[in-house]
Design a protein around this ligand. Sequence first.
Ligand code: ADP
Ligand code: MG
Length: 728
Amino acid sequence: MSTLRFHAIKETFNRVPIEVNEPERRSAIFGKNVFNENAMRQYLTKTSYNSVIDAVEKGTKIERHVADHISTGMKEWAISKGATHYTHWFQPLTGATAEKHDAFFETVENGQAIEKFGGGQLVQQEPDASSFPNGGIRNTFEARGYTAWDPTSPAFIYGTTLCIPTVFVSYTGEALDYKTPLLRALQTVDQAATAVAKYFDKNVTKVNATLGWEQEYFLIDKALAASRPDISLAGRTLLGHSSAKGQQLDDHYFGSIPSRVLNYMRDLETECMLLGIPVKTRHNEVAPNQFELAPIFEETNLAVDHNSLLMDVMDKIADRHNFKVLFHEKPFAGVNGSGKHNNWSLATNTGVNLLGPGSTPMKNLQFLTFFINTIKAVNDHEELLRASIASASNDHRLGANEAPPAIISAFIGSQLTEVLDELEKVTNGKLSPQEKTDLKLNVVGKIPEILLDNTDRNRTSPFAFTGNKFEFRAVGSTANCANPMTVLNAIVAKQLISFKKRVDALIKDKKMKKDDAIFNILREYIKDSKRIRFEGDGYGEAWEKEAEKRGLSNKKTTPVALKAKVSKESIALFEDLGIMSEVEIEARYEIELEEYAKRIQIEGRILGDIARNHVIPTAIKYQNILIENVRGLKVIYEKDFKNFAGEQMALIEEISEHIAKINKGITALIDERRQANKIEDIEKLAHAYCEDVKPYFEVIRYHCDKLELLVDDELWPLTKYRELLFTK
Ligand code: ADP
Ligand code: MG
């Protein structure tokens, strides 16, 4: 009997919900472990406080002597909350967060000790960073990397450690993390959007990109997860026949949340409240044991930090509740995968959502300006946007059999489609007073304020307008949002800069009125970006054909998709906007290709191990039972034995066939891997893993899954889909 599987199932059956302590009111504990404005007012001098606020709001530099004061205040606050250590908390290109804890504790003369945390330690650290991915940047120059304080994301206490959000850069200043280019992109979009927003309101001095992510995940019992080598090491099942019941009955989505899970969520949300992560929504998702968590949106840099932190917290709290969180985009074949919808918009310092329709024609023209420019940006840079969400795990969602395609398109709903159709007809050149009045009354003025409630939804669109924001749905559940957010904000910034130039030129050279000029340019953009707009079923085959006709890219695998990151246009875009240098871009490209190859390599090894060392031996055991049976029947029935043993004999043969296919598949897989590993060029290596190695996964899996259906359940060593997905 396969002991591990049945032990794990037994353990799971015996679980009881873990008790949790929830505060009476969440608002009372919100941000309690964050060095936020409240805490700063209490622990900092007025000068220090103002200096931090200026840095956050205006991007000014914090003087070193002020930093000394801030660090002292921060330390006192942290110690008062039980912190003993501090760490620079950053997001290297591994996808995880990194931290190295140092105690506040320091010894002084005479065998005495004090708690110390100086400005220097707050502002800059030099982690021994040689083992973080760097795409060759640090090797070429200098082995050191620096972390530097990012005052726009507040410090927080996690456990007993004061965590200080930082950027991570090389000695020569190249970004080695996700945050640095994101901050640069956010600054760029701020400037570009502010300049355009001033057409409509002179009081706008700052525009923040906002982000509300929706985190989908699976929750599996810890013991069950540990019983499967593939889940333990790769975060997904590499084989396993689908359960007789999956999600066909649609009975999980928004269903009642199982009590063990609910207690996990309550515990998690309490921790989130303390950390100032404004989580608000929780529900069951479509697949069994799949759930979602969403916050109230925030400024993008903070939202990105909060998502990274959340994923870490989710892991830790899950352990307390005897669960394992699966963030993988496709942990189980045949049921829905997980995404991380990135809801995105632009908000002014005057409190206006630039993607929210307003109450007057002028406000609606402002809305249309930002709305149409965003669509144009996506149209012009769809390949780069696709590249920003490419990863080995997201490949299972984008372009795979049962998932949305890898085509980027934008959905805007029928009402706005009508508006754009009308706008497309405006006169080329100056508009007559009559036309303008008509436009204002009948087109622009007609955009309903309550669009939010009226917009039709299209769940199949990768980039959908949902009433007052765009929702980038193709982002994978494991992704660090910084990557897609850097690209989205960069392309919108570039678009807005070029829009402003053209409008200004019409005003200056053609003596046009401001709104005439805006209408003229918007009309051109609507025409130029038609191919990206798609309102139909994004999952259908017809769309793939149609998209091809429209010249939209459909890059189904990561090595192919990533290439757009290093195209001439992309490099020019990032360099012109000062977001990334060519060296930084090339380094990232290399890191992502390498990561891709490594992930496939690891999965290939795991699959080889499971198939050869778990599945085949089990199949042989069962086959031997059958053989014994046939032998016995032959003794009893002699010549007639085939009347009784025929089916068993057919089974024996069937098992042998599957075993042969699996074993040959693994041999071929290993051969291909060997060949691939000889390749030095990283691009070619990634392609080899994608095109030569990975195809064997399907073949091997197919035959293993067939054996699962044949072999005695008592013998089967791998916890089955029905057990993983339906044990609560
Ligand atoms: P759904 O898309 O599932 O219907 P909602 O529309 O309520 O759900 O919002 C989903 C997410 O979008 C939430 O995280 C919410 O905070 C975020 N969101 C709402 N408005 C904005 C905005 N202006 N900018 C960015 N995110 C937003
Ligand atoms: Mg949504």
